[in-house]
Design a protein. Structure first.
Lengths: 117, 110
């Protein structure tokens, strides 16, 4: 059974870059698609983007200019970078495994990232 | 405001059935058979319960079922059990490469 675990700083200053890593265990990352999804406090879920095992990416159009998702197959990890963060980027960030039709079959437990000085 | 509309809360007694709706438009729910439902116990990883409108992943009890009529998808939980108490989210492909989510429904087992 594939399991995912997010890691990274829980506090980021405004205007800086948010960086998170998702470690995948129980199966190779060199297959399928891998996504980042977030949930601001008291709000709904928002898809951030995905990366395919080939390295192809697709991002939410509203975040595209600030987001980079990358893959490290040697470590079975994929990562998220979100630049120029503001308080509006405060959220629980989840990594997840995609299958077709924008279905997420496995998720990490999520990590809270707060943007504050 | 979420793109898909879900009731904020739903409830039922053990053994009863409850249905949660997810209303979108012809550009998302009504236009594609790409609706999925997730169960989320706070602090835990969300769990896929239904995908492609009606399909159930291995390991999900057959008490959970999905359907769609027009622009509204529904999740029905039959034979409610205490462990079904959780938040439930729907999502759909929305065209233009962006999926859309519902705002979530808190299911309470009375």
């Amino acid at each position: 059974q594939v399991q995912l675990q997010e890691s990274g700083p829980g506090l980021v200053k405004p205007s800086e870059t948010l960086s998170l890593t998702c470690t995948v265990s129980g199966g190779p990352i060199s297959s399928d698609y891998w996504s980042w999804i977030r949930q601001p406090p008291g709000k709904g879920l928002e898809w951030i983007g995905y990366i395919r095992y080939s390295g192809t990416t697709n991002y939410n159009s509203s975040l595209k200019s600030r987001v980079t998702i990358s893959l490290d197959t040697s470590k079975n990890q994929f990562s998220l970078k979100l630049t120029s963060v503001t308080a509006a980027d405060t959220a629980v960030y989840y990594c997840a495994r995609n299958s077709g039709c924008y279905t997420w079959t496995q998720w990490g437990q999520g990590t809270l990232v707060t943007v504050s000085s | 405001q979420s793109a898909l509309t879900q009731p904020p809360s739903a409830s039922g007694s053990p053994g009863q059935s409850v249905t949660i709706s997810c209303t979108g438009t012809s550009s998302d729910v009504g236009g594609y058979n790409c609706v999925s439902w997730y169960q989320h116990h706070p602090g835990k990883a969300p769990k896929l319960m239904i995908y492609e409108v009606t399909k159930r992943p291995s390991g999900v009890p057959d008490r959970f079922s999905g359907s769609k009529s027009g622009n509204t998808a529904s999740l029905t939980v039959s034979g409610l059990q205490a462990e079904d108490e959780a938040d439930y989210y729907c999502t759909s492909y929305g065209g233009g490469n962006n999926p859309v989510f519902g705002g979530g429904t808190k299911l309470t087992v009375l």
